[in-house]
Design a protein around this ligand. Structure first.
Ligand SMILES: [Zn+2]
Ligand SMILES: [Zn+2]
Length: 210
């Protein structure tokens, strides 16, 4: 079974997700937002092994916990990121723009590509490149479970901001039209902020999409 443990962490209430194939104990962290120790402790409590860290994008509030996750895990899990977000990663995810400093953790060593398939135990996740909020933003889609981890592309009743460096409103809308709204209505959307929603709900109710 695919188990999904959400956490709300850090100064801007970012959703981090610890997910696992509970039959094998293989786990990954999607967007270790902050307080990596809390995430690692939860994995240990469940007997899960964190095999990698998948980043939807390189904003600081989605990766500030990566250093701690790596420090507390042996071996430290490799970090996966789309190369178009490496400049942002190297700039501490934009933290200095908000008057903060963070340790971005281990350098990403897995280059994410559109259409790539990531494996977690028995589950496959398709990487979809969805630029607009940042140039290298991706989402992780598991078709068998009907769930997508969509970072800051779309939220319940809202869409990602495009006013930060590298943002593009046109690209964001194209990403949403091409790679979110083409999914089945029942697909669960687990965003980087706020509550869970579905593709169908957003198709009908999201004021930014009409
Ligand atoms: Zn962001
Ligand atoms: Zn965010």
């Amino acid at each position: 079974m695919l188990e999904i443990i959400p956490f709300v962490l850090g100064p801007v209430q970012t959703n981090a997700y610890l997910i696992a194939d509970s039959d094998t104990g293989a786990a990954v962290v999607i967007d270790p937002a902050w307080d990596g120790d809390i995430i690692v402790k939860e994995a240990e409590r469940r007997g899960w092994r964190i095999g990698s860290i998948w980043l939807t994008h390189a904003h600081f509030d989605h990766l500030a916990g990566a250093a701690q996750v790596a420090d507390l895990s042996s071996p430290p899990p490799p970090v996966a990121l789309h190369p178009d977000d490496y400049p942002l990663w190297r700039a501490q995810g934009g933290a200095p723009l908000f008057g903060m400093r963070i340790d971005p953790g281990p350098e990403p060593t897995i280059d994410l590509k559109h259409g790539q398939i990531l494996h977690l135990g028995a589950y496959d996740f398709e990487v979809r490149h969805t630029p607009g909020h940042t140039p290298g933003h991706v989402i992780f889609y598991c078709a068998t479970v009907g769930v997508v981890f969509c970072g800051d592309v779309i939220f319940g009743g809202s869409i990602g901001r495009t006013d930060l460096p590298g943002g593009s409103y046109e690209s964001l809308m194209h990403s949403i039209d091409s790679f979110i709204l083409t999914l089945p209505d029942a697909t669960r959307l687990l965003s980087g902020h706020g509550p869970e929603t579905t593709v169908g709900e957003e198709r009908l109710e999201n004021p930014f999409l009409t």
